[in-house]
Write a protein that binds this ligand. Sequence first.
Ligand code: PAF
Length: 284
Amino acid sequence: MIVASDIADLGQGLASLHTRAQKIAFVPTMGNLHAGHLALVEQAHHHADAVVASIFVNPMQFAAHEDLSTYPRTLEADLTALETAGVDLVFTPSDREIYPEGSASHTAIHVPSLGDALCGKDRPGHFDGVCTVVYKLFQLVKPDVAVFGEKDLQQLLIIKKMVGDLGLPIEIQSGATQRAEDGLALSSRNHYLSAAERAIAPKLFSTLTACAESLPSASPNSVETLLASSRGELESAGFALDYFELRGLPLLQHVSDATQDCALFVAARLGQTRLIDNIQLLNR
Ligand code: PAF
């Protein structure tokens, strides 16, 4: 596995991959890899004959009060995991390599509406940071395919919109959310949970699941009651809710029932840890 820590090495690594690979798939990450990331790598292998991953904790997607400085950094273990997963090249740039003049004054890509809803409302500027770094990484790696997790469904929809709007010649694939046995979606931020919080955390997915199961048979005027009762359950369990909402796909518009493609989205805090999850309700 080639490890490139700067843009020049990345260029050389890609040139050597292109001598033997027709198609390149890309999995961007912020490191601290878990089975969810490795499932995306496995999926990437199905779409291409070489797989490139990146590990970059992107300062531009963190607000000043967020966890940039404490975000778990586990480079050695991540490289071992990626090598075992058959990744061909890993790009591990420094902040300076991506933002030579700092990220605060950097040009930003904003996807309106989609980027302002849900997490975009609670974390202003977050998706601008995500889109900007993903665009820059796409420009550097020039993949044919890129794979993103459905755990971050809003992020996935925003990236697809950006790629469509900017006419980027990249196919976007998605990988299903990977979960612990008790249902908690795998996330690097799960490490922040205390033992007591970790015991409560699976309630997020069980509440989402129960609500999603009731929605298809709910009459339009009982949907809001169902959502309110799910919110109440989570709050009684100890979550501080940012949102628990039903939104249409792929535009995240407000919907009043589940007769069209939609998803239930939740973001909630347990102590200092913000967890997100979702369930898609596809009417196909
Ligand atoms: O999903 C993530 O880990 C990040 O938002 C991404 C896509 C790697 C951009 O920094």
